[in-house]
Design a protein around this ligand. Structure first.
Ligand code: DOR
Ligand code: ZN
Length: 349
């Protein structure tokens, strides 16, 4: 049997929510990833260190017994975030970054930042304390075509941020376009990007294949094939600026399969296997370990993990759903086959 053993990976962009859904989804991530950057877009958002510490406790309670998993917390930037909170976050071990959502860009982003220039004093403080800024890179202008929102953000706000704060570590989250990839490649080593499994595996046709497919709808939205190919090339290039971030974003099946469905693909159930499939298609399985297990840790100035995960080349069928009743979730590729399977995990060497 063909197998692939890599150092235990981390997920540098993850939504786990809270309450009952958290308990359904967290075991999927904790099983395969040693650490994950936890997104703060709860209702209400996690805007203070105090809230982040309480949320971290709730996550720790949801980790299955005997599994070693560390949540890395982030704070949600708003127009009212204070310089004092940034200082406090910089001095708080469990908090690793701030997340910038342009107001209205995506799920639970209403409290996000309406005027990016107005938060420049906050970015200066983050630069001073060497705490990373994670960016949802899309403009929110409703007149801007949804497929152009990332490209326009790169040309305007992102360029502005990176030019004004050359010392600030920035992660352009879930890049989806050739333009964002090129921006990150050309920027300094302070700038990196995460890439999701769905943007490596699918183009925008998946949204409308024989009918409307809500479980492929996420933001930034899937793009045309040339963009997908640019993402695959970046992820498999061995360039340490590009690393794994699933953006696994659970919403109940009820909230996805409706007249105005929520944005977000749930991928934590098979995240590493889906990435393995994408890397295999690109004939680049030898590049998976750097992308999944090394480059993100290096960027966040954290030690690389010491355990391993072994994947085997074997086909299994993804269940139609996970959870039940009010936590029923339809996963990415529900009912379809995936060609890799986690065979064993060793938490430390
Ligand atoms: O599709 C998305 N879902 N994109 C995001 O940026 C947020 C996420 C969510 O929280 O559901
Ligand atoms: Zn996200």
């Amino acid at each position: 049997m063909k197998t692939l053993t890599i150092t235990r990976p981390d997920d540098w962009h993850l939504h786990v929510r809270n309450g009952a859904i958290l308990k359904t989804v967290l075991p999927h991530t904790a099983r395969q990833f040693a650490r994950a950057i936890i997104m703060p877009n709860l209702k209400p958002p996690v805007t203070t260190v105090t809230q982040a510490l309480a949320y971290r406790e709730e996550i720790l309670q949801a980790i299955p017994a005997g599994i070693d998993f560390t949540p890395l917390m982030t704070l949600y930037l708003t127009g009212s975030t204070t310089v004092a909170e940034i200082k406090k976050a910089a001095g708080s071990d469990p908090v690793y970054a701030f997340k910038l959502y342009p107001a209205g860009a995506t799920t639970n982003s209403d409290s996000g930042v309406a005027d990016i220039k107005a938060i420049f004093p906050l970015l200066a403080e983050m630069e001073k304390h060497n705490i990373p800024l994670l960016i949802h890179g899309e403009v929110t202008d409703v007149h801007c075509d949804i497929f152009d929102r990332e490209r326009v953000f790169v040309d305007t706000s992102l360029t502005d941020i990176v030019d004004n704060f050359p010392g600030l570590r920035v992660v352009v989250e879930h890049v989806t376009t050739t333009e964002a990839v090129q921006f990150v490649q050309a920027a300094s080593n302070q700038v990196a990007a995460t890439i999701t499994p769905q943007h490596l595996l699918f183009n925008r046709n998946a949204l409308l294949a024989g009918g409307i497919r809500p479980h492929y709808y996420c933001l930034p939205i899937l793009k045309r094939e040339p963009h997908r190919l640019a993402l695959v090339a970046a992820a498999t290039s061995g360039n340490p600026k590009f690393f794994l971030g699933t953006d696994s974003a659970p919403h109940t099946t009820l909230l996805k399969e409706t007249s105005c469905g929520c944005a977000g693909c749930y991928s934590a159930h098979a995240a590493l296997e889906l990435y393995a499939e994408a890397f295999e298609h690109a004939d680049a399985l030898d590049k998976l370990e750097g992308f999944a297990s090394f480059y993100g840790a290096d960027f966040y100035h954290l030690p690389r993990n010491t355990g391993t995960v072994t994947l085997e080349k074997s086909t299994w069928k993804i269940p139609a759903s996970y959870g039940e009743n009010e936590t029923l979730i339809t996963p990415l590729k529900a009912g379809e086959e995936v060609g890799w399977k986690i065979q064993s995990i060793h938490e430390a060497n």
